[in-house]
Design a protein around this ligand. Structure first.
Ligand code: PEP
Ligand code: MG
Length: 428
């Protein structure tokens, strides 16, 4: 038994690891960036310290679940009165603008991908069973009775393939329009303070170019409404999450309406295998792994034979249609070192993973670049061991196209571009 408590310290990495990571950054520079999946300004700042070069996925639903937001979200869901809905959305917009300003400030000068609301709305309501029990006991208040009615109204047999992601934006446009306005206002406010916000608005569960066209309309409307259309043109872009097989199969067409793609390989794996993420890890995977039917868990490591082919096809076809298309990956597999080489060879511009996987991703991606011949140390004029230390602030990945916030082509790059994406890097 211990009495009292010991003084604790934070674990510090040895100096040698820092050297190694810096060399890895030199290898990756201008080729493949490492970003973080982070939802708060604190996580973003921490991840930047760990070497993240931006945010590849900010899941905005986590902001909605905070104690001071959930009542507003529920007010929006429960009401059928337009004025009450508008008031709830206005309060949420103010809160979201604050959230976004915090995250964008923590990643100032680096790209921040903000994903609009993804889960089905019933996830923001109280548990169905608890409400039924309260009903049976005659303990429903007016508020919980309204919640139970909403839970019943929103019930879907397969909510993960139901009204979620961009579909929510189409059938109930208020939330998405509110989020886009909050983001654009955050960008405007930071630009006004001389900061350099770079927002990438990401649309989840896309299956068609028509959805992206509609989403682009929300962004242009918001920028026009706020009077930011010109000022923020280079600070705001819009892209699609490629997490349905159809989005992968229609990548060329969807790319016409998207500035970037990001592979959501959690959903893409779920939908390619028809494995319910919420169920198979407990019920099915142990047996499938033990019998050897599956050699590994495809939710941890990229399934190169199946999901990977969709990834390759998307990169090839999107870039054939739009050579400078920026493409990243933000599913769990993005932080798996054993998947790095495949992703690098497929041609992703960045991987985005959870904060503590950022250092290993920095190393794994650099190793993959060397292994597949994209980093030529002999051509660099200096061996990695003598490579200059990168700047304290990590540099963002190269951005396609011109514009004040675009990083210029990097003539010092040593690595020839690899097929199938030869034209997009701006490298020599
Ligand atoms: C994904 O589907 O890969 C993803 C990153 O989104 P989420 O896990 O939030 O569904
Ligand atoms: Mg997803």
């Amino acid at each position: 038994m211990l009495l009292g408590s010991l003084t604790m310290t934070t674990a510090e990495a040895p100096a040698e690891l820092e050297d190694l990571l810096r060399w890895a950054d030199v290898v990756r520079e201008g080729l493949v960036a490492v970003r973080v999946n982070a939802d708060t300004a604190e996580d973003a700042a921490h991840a930047r310290h760990l070497g993240a070069q931006g945010i590849g996925l900010c899941r905005t639903e986590h902001m909605f679940l905070a104690d001071d937001r959930l009542p507003l979200v529920r007010r929006f869901i429960l009401t059928d009165d337009a004025a009450t809905e508008a008031a709830a959305l206005a309060d949420l917009e103010a809160a979201q603008q604050q959230d976004f300003e915090g995250i964008l400030s923590a990643m100032d000068g680096l790209p921040v991908t903000v994903r609009l609301l993804d889960p089905p709305l019933h996830e923001f309501l109280p548990d169905h069973e608890k409400l039924i029990v309260a009903e049976a006991k005659g303990e429903l208040t007016a508020e919980s009775a309204a919640e139970l009615a909403a839970v019943r109204r929103l019930h879907e047999t397969n909510p993960m393939i139901g009204t979620r992601g961009v579909r929510l934006g189409v059938v109930k446009p208020g939330v998405y329009q509110m989020q886009v306005r909050a983001l654009c206002r955050a960008v405007g406010s930071l630009l006004g303070k001389g900061r350099q916000p770079q927002v990438e608005i990401m649309i989840p569960l896309v299956v068609s170019a028509a959805e992206m066209k509609m989403a682009r309309g929300w962004v242009t409307d918001a920028l026009d409404e706020i009077g930011l259309a010109e000022m923020a043109a280079d600070a705001v872009s819009i892209g699609a999450m490629v997490e349905t097989p159809r989005a992968a199969l229609c990548a060329a067409r969807i790319s016409a309406e998207a500035d970037f793609f990001s592979f959501g390989t959690n959903d893409l794996t779920q939908l390619t295998y028809a494995f319910s993420r919420d169920d198979v890890e407990v019920r099915l995977l142990p047996t499938y792994l033990a019998t050897g039917i599956l050699p590994f868990n495809p939710f941890e490591k990229l399934d190169q034979d199946g999901v990977g082919r969709l990834v390759q096809m998307t990169c090839t076809e999107a870039r054939a249609a739009k050579p400078d298309m920026k493409i990243g990956i933000c599913g769990e597999q993005a932080g798996d070192p054993s998947s790095a080489r495949f992703l690098v060879e497929a041609g992703v511009d960045y991987v985005s993973c959870s904060p503590y996987r950022v250092p290993i991703a920095r190393l794994a991606v650099a190793q993959a670049l060397i292994e597949c011949g994209r980093f030529d140390a002999s051509n660099s004029g200096s061996s990695p061991a003598r490579a200059p230390r990168p700047p304290a602030t990590p540099s963002p990945e190269p951005q396609p196209g011109p514009g004040p916030n675009r990083r210029p082509a990097t003539p010092e790059l040593r690595c020839p571009p690899v097929p199938p994406t030869p034209a997009r890097r701006g490298s020599p």
